[in-house]
Design a protein. Structure first.
Length: 385
């Protein structure tokens, strides 16, 4: 029987409409080729960002949240950050509103893509970045405000804190890290490693300095892994280890082959994700997803910004959004279609055909516009054997 998935789609701001159009065309071609019409996606446009504000007077309509809740899986282009008051970040609002506690970033190299490191083929990691706590909680007070003064007064007088050098001009932030938040992230990372035959999970933290937040993450992570995945650890199928974040950033350059699945808190994960993406060609080919592994809810997304300076010029690289679409297909269990897209991309890159950001660095690079590159990938999918 035919299987149809309804997928809410936010086209996004800036280059968003271009990268989402490319993604839709490529994913549809892969589904057609792989399943001959027996599996399809019905794309349901929903609004967020600038387009939503222009039409509805709000950056994040309730209808959009409800569509994601109803259909459980959606995909989006990059969104603007509203200027002035209101929502700090639309991306953060979506993640927190739907409790998408994992930011998942797979990082791998495609043959033909130029890299600043000697052996990018050794980079093959999947990052599980905690998505709701740490800095994403957004708990802070601006310097010079009554709230900042009140907070300092409390920690100074009630908690005995004497280490704030310049209290009158200090801003303050609170970094919540919970056992529950840690456990569900590490559980998802360990289960992913087991399900995908990956050898290790590394807890990346700064627990040598922040002993109760980052240190708690390390402690609770080890405890969860031992309690729920002890048989895999005992049999040698899974290794649980940890690394201080600054050491990991060095090690990931010097010996990336030693790492497979990474579990880390929000701020560390932000740095780690972009650094690893740079090793395999840049954020333009870095996909991402925000997932709740308990409910199955997920939003897949381009990991780059809106790039308004090149919007509408037919030059943007759509691969971040396209590969996020590949992640979505894998989430559905539609691996055959996902593999067709990855194969077509690798063939194209190997022959030097790419958008300008990648082609200009290739020895025999052939620069293509966004639309031309999209048609190139669609053709390769249909010609695939």
């Amino acid at each position: 029987m035919m299987e149809i998935r309804i997928v809410p789609l936010v086209k996004g701001d800036g280059v968003g409409p271009e990268v989402t159009a490319a993604m839709v065309k490529i994913i549809d071609a892969a589904l057609d080729k792989a399943y001959a019409g027996q599996r399809k996606i019905e794309w349901k446009e929903v609004l967020a960002g600038g387009k939503a504000f222009e039409q509805l007077g709000t950056y994040l309509p309730d209808e959009t949240i409800e569509a994601f809740k109803t259909h459980h899986v959606g995909i989006k282009g990059p969104l603007m950050t509203p200027v002035g008051g209101g929502i700090r970040s639309l991306n953060v609002a979506l993640r927190q509103g739907l409790d998408l506690y994992v930011c998942q970033r797979p990082v791998r190299w495609f043959k033909g893509v130029e890299s600043p490191v000697k052996h990018p083929e050794l980079v093959d990691m999947v990052i599980f970045r905690e998505n709701t706590e740490d800095i994403y909680a957004g708990i802070e007070w601006e310097s010079g405000t009554p709230e900042a003064a009140k907070f300092f007064k409390f920690i100074n007088e009630e908690m005995g804190v004497r280490k704030v050098r310049f209290p009158e001009t200090s801003a303050f932030g609170v970094k919540p890290v919970s056992r529950e938040g840690t456990e569900r992230l590490v559980r998802a990372a360990c289960q992913y490693a087991v399900d995908h035959g990956r050898p290790s999970v590394t807890l990346v933290h700064k627990g040598n300095i922040m002993k109760f937040t980052e240190g708690g993450f390390k402690k609770w992570g080890y405890e969860l892994a031992e309690r729920e995945f002890g048989e895999y650890i005992a049999s040698g199928r899974l290794v649980i280890k940890d690394c201080i974040c600054d050491a990991f950033l060095q090690n990931a350059l010097l010996k990336p082959e030693e790492y497979s699945v990474i579990a880390t808190l929000n701020l560390n994960g932000d740095y780690v994700s972009d650094m690893l993406a740079a090793q395999v060609g840049g954020i333009g080919i870095a996909p991402g997803a925000n997932i709740n592994y308990t409910t199955g809810d997920a939003i897949f997304e381009a990991t780059h910004g809106t790039a308004p300076d090149i919007a509408g010029k037919d030059v943007v690289n759509p691969c971040s959004n396209v590969l996020s679409g590949v992640m979505m297909l894998e989430h559905f269990g539609w691996q055959e279609a996902a593999s067709l897209v990855e194969k077509a991309l690798e063939e194209s890159f190997s022959e030097g055909y790419a958008t300008a950001d990648l082609a200009r660095l290739m020895e025999n690079g052939h620069s293509m516009g966004t639309k031309e590159f999209t048609e190139n990938i669609v053709r390769r999918i249909y010609e695939s054997r």
